[in-house]
Design a binder for this molecule. Structure first.
Ligand code: UDP
Ligand code: GLC
Ligand code: MN
Length: 329
């Protein structure tokens, strides 16, 4: 339907990379909805162009910032004041219904059925399940609601310094009023929850429809450390990380390449993609163990570690995925 859309937000080029991957993951799973991205003024021109190719609509919005250092410090996320900008999504009144998705989410199957839900539907937050997580939610754009939300911010602020605190304050009966507004957790599987309840992940994880790379470490910052050549620390499950890098390498890098031509930024992106894939694969023990080196595999492993994975050939996503499936079984 033309008047329904998935909406995301990116205020800088890093989150724009996330938005590109999210948009392409929605397209891969053949959504019939429109795709809209809200961007801040600091997203570079080439990134804006790529976003315009993936999304039906890219709208520049003013940055809104809670500037609430005290509450943000409690979450150890000083960077999240700017998530107030998310509230602009209520101004997209040319759509009758929307699903907001954080730029650090990845779609694993078609989720158009979310549009059968009403405002405000969301999944529980893994840290405090009586609050909803604001990384994925169904809403109805309305200037009236937008104005009320801004007024709520002025009068009450946000208990976490970001949008999630405001939205939970505003839609305060979410936990108890209407169970149909509770989205199943598989629509917003926070990657950190995997480790806090591993048996549940083993039982239900294969049903996941959306993975949310919640927390300080994002997929785009989780490649190999340039100096130590070790995987940078992070709590993300490597197979989801691999999924993210696979979409980035195959569906985003070619667009960045066209946009940047042979400029340095482009080779950085390719290198980053190779490192990301290598890092995720290494965490899944896809490369041979160092104690029993086989000459040809060792050579290959070295290439992986040097960020020269042959991800279009031997180390292609399909091959990795096949190995991964065997491993998971
Ligand atoms: N965001 C952004 N720029 C920032 C921080 C956040 O555009 O500097 C947007 C982006 O869409 C992101 C969302 O706000 O996914 C929420 O932030 P984040 O995902 O980092 O929070 P978390 O889910 O880790 O708590
Ligand atoms: C959360 C949500 C995120 C939100 C942030 C700040 O952890 O995942 O979407 O922006 O809190 O409120
Ligand atoms: Mn997020």
């Amino acid at each position: 339907m033309a008047d329904q859309a998935f909406v995301t937000l990116a205020t800088n080029d890093n989150y724009a990379m996330g938005a590109m991957v999210l948009g392409q993951s929605l397209r891969r799973h053949k959504t019939s909805k429109k795709l809209a991205a809200l961007i801040g003024p600091h997203v570079s021109e080439p990134c804006q162009s790529v976003l315009r190719r993936i999304f039906d609509e890219v709208r520049l919005v003013d940055l809104l910032d809670s500037k609430d250092a005290a509450h943000l410090a409690l979450m150890q996320r000083p960077d999240l004041g700017v998530t107030f900008t998310k509230l602009h999504c209520w101004t997209l009144t040319h759509y009758s219904k929307c699903v907001f998705m954080d730029a650090d989410t990845l779609v694993l199957s078609n989720i158009d059925e979310l549009f059968d839900r009403e405002e405000l539907s969301a999944a529980p937050d893994p840290g405090w399940p009586d609050c909803f997580n604001s990384g994925v939610f169904v809403f109805r754009p309305s200037v009236e609601t937008y104005d009320k939300l801004l007024q709520y911010c002025t009068e009450h602020g946000s208990f976490d310094g970001g949008d999630q605190g405001v939205l939970n304050g505003f839609f305060s009966n979410w936990a108890t009023a209407d169970i149909s507004k509770h989205l199943p957790f598989i629509y917003n599987l926070s990657s950190i929850a995997i480790y806090t309840y591993l048996p549940a992940f083993k039982r239900y994880g294969s049903n996941a429809k959306v993975v949310h790379f919640l927390g300080k470490t994002k997929p785009w910052s989780q490649g190999l450390d340039a100096k130590t050549k070790e995987q940078s620390s992070g709590s993300t499950h490597p197979s989801f990380l691999l999924d993210w890098w696979a979409v980035y390498s195959t569906s985003v890098v070619p667009m960045l390449k066209e946009q940047y031509g042979d400029q340095a930024f482009h080779s950085e992106c390719v290198e980053q993609a190779a490192e990301g894939l290598a890092s995720a694969a290494a965490a899944l023990h896809l490369s041979p163990p160092p104690l029993q080196p086989q000459p040809s595999s060792e050579e290959r492993k070295q290439k992986w570690e040097q960020g020269q994975a042959d991800y279009m050939g031997t180390d292609s996503f399909d091959n990795i995925k096949r190995k991964l499936d065997t491993f998971l079984k």
